[in-house]
Design a protein around this ligand. Structure first.
Ligand SMILES: Cc1ncc(COP(=O)(O)O)c(C=O)c1O
Length: 450
């Protein structure tokens, strides 16, 4: 049985919260959590502090967001200053300097000619925006038959109807009806038989990309608008792309006039040791969705980067006509722009992308030292991402990893789990001794659970 993570002091704190019932928690077993809550009340740098005053080392950068560490004063004061100066201004048929300046700065940071930036408020919105831009792009060019979207099994692209349609996680799809029509999926790249305990990119599996040719032949290229993948799949439990896999996808898309969309919601902003996965893997997509690290998680923001030619295709009609009938009230919100500018300052001043790159081999060695720990059947890593796959308990999938999460939390470490996979993605400011502590806590935890 899982013991309560709640201490007597915390019970007192919680009593001041009159009760936990009203908040319908997302992606959470509500009743289980509310019976044994894990509540944070403050955060600084690499640590959270719980409501009962315990320090928790953040092994997950919140939820793949807080790449520069928590509560950076540069960011919080930029948000406060902006909130005082101008709280909100719309960006429909008017504007304010924030998103223009930020877009210009981001364009300079992005590889290739990913120079046009469409703002959203989350990864899900960024993904759905990218899919809509892809469909509309073919339309404005007169190729309106190109309506099919190709995702990948085990892909996670947020929770909008577009995102779950191209996504490949059954539990996120099966409750919500028929979803978008005309969607197909590539096979996922997970193979314990071929790739277990690979360090970095596995050598087996590039040929899985060739399945796209089969899908293209089945539907005819003239019906396919876009392929969307996470360069490194995170939420499904850290699947590192096989060597040459993304290159093959790129060349098949090129051959057939299909757009390639990278969902870089977690790989963007330094996670792999370069600014973006596109740079790390040397593959330029036509569209890229980002969120999370763009503001260090401090204010919600998402964005789509489009290559120049894509934007230009929309700019051919009459000058007074709206070119894209899409946008959010909060696209380019002033507070999010202020947070993003300050976040980019920190990334730049502290060289955090490079820092992640230079820590990657220490991280790899530390993680793979858990190979002989109980229950471990695979370890995967790239940049500052780690996945540790546990053997599921018979008839109780996910429970072993969930118990590990609870025990780690009791021991002062925040991890994330998906099924029986532990995912790790610390802030890029992590120190070596903190990596050591994560690994030690994990080993001790794995030794105590059955
Ligand atoms: C690859 C990817 N895409 C999209 C999303 C959705 O982002 P959000 O939860 O901000 O909507 C996530 C969230 O984890 C993600 O990992």
């Amino acid at each position: 049985m899982i013991e309560s993570a709640i201490a007597p002091q915390q019970i007192q704190e919680l009593q001041t919260l009159s009760n936990l019932d009203a908040f319908w928690m997302p992606f959470t077993a509500n009743r289980q959590f509310k019976a044994h809550p894990r509540l944070m009340q403050s955060a600084k740098g690499m640590y959270y502090t719980t409501t009962d005053g315990r320090e928790i080392l953040d092994g997950t950068a919140g939820l793949w967001c807080v790449n520069a560490g928590h509560c950076r004063s540069q960011i919080t004061s930029a948000i406060a200053a902006q909130a005082t100066k101008m709280d909100f201004a719309p960006t429909f048929q008017m504007g304010h300097p924030g998103p223009f300046a930020l877009a210009e700065r981001l364009a300079a940071l992005l590889p290739g000619d990913l120079n046009r930036v469409f703002f959203a408020n989350s990864g899900s919105e960024a993904v759905d925006s990218a899919l809509k831009i892809a469909l509309a792009y073919h339309n404005v060019r007169g190729e309106s038959r190109r309506t099919r979207l190709i995702g990948r099994e085990r892909g996670y692209h947020g929770v909008g109807f577009g995102g779950i349609s191209v996504g490949g996680i059954a539990t996120n799809r099966k409750w919500f009806g028929p979803l978008l029509p005309g969607v197909d999926h590539l096979p996922h790249t997970h193979s314990l038989a071929n790739n277990a305990f690979s360090k970095g990119q596995p050598t087996w599996g590039a040929e899985l990309a060739d399945d796209l040719e089969r899908i293209v032949a089945l539907h005819d290229p003239s019906t396919i608008a876009a392929v969307i993948v996470e360069p490194l799949a995170g939420s499904t439990g850290v699947l590192v792309p096989p060597k040459e896999y993304l290159q093959r996808l790129r060349s098949i898309c090129d051959r057939h006039g299909i757009l390639l969309i990278f969902d870089e919601v977690i790989t963007g902003f330094g996670r792999l040791g370069r600014g973006f996965g596109a740079e790390y893997f040397g593959v330029l997509p036509d569209l890229m969705a980002v969120a999370k690290g763009i503001t260090n998680g401090a204010v919600p923001m998402g964005a789509v980067f489009a290559r120049d030619y894509l934007y230009e295709a929309f700019m051919q009609g009459p000058e007074g006509a709206i070119e894209l009938f899409h946008g959010y009230t909060y696209s380019g919100h002033p507070l999010a722009c202020a947070a993003a500018e300050a976040t980019l300052d920190i990334y730049e001043q502290e060289g955090l992308f490079e820092r992640a790159g230079s820590l990657a081999s220490y991280w790899e060695t530390a993680l793979h030292s858990l190979r002989d720990a109980p229950h471990v059947i695979d370890i995967r890593n790239l940049g500052l991402v780690g996945g540790i796959e546990l053997k599921p308990r018979p008839n109780a999938p996910g429970l072993r990893a969930y118990e590990a999460l609870v025990r780690c939390f009791e021991s002062g470490l925040l991890i994330r789990t998906t099924g029986d996979i532990i995912a790790l993605s610390p802030p890029l400011i992590v120190e070596k001794h903190q990596i050591d502590r994560m690994v030690e806590t994990l080993r001790e935890t794995l030794m105590t659970i059955d």
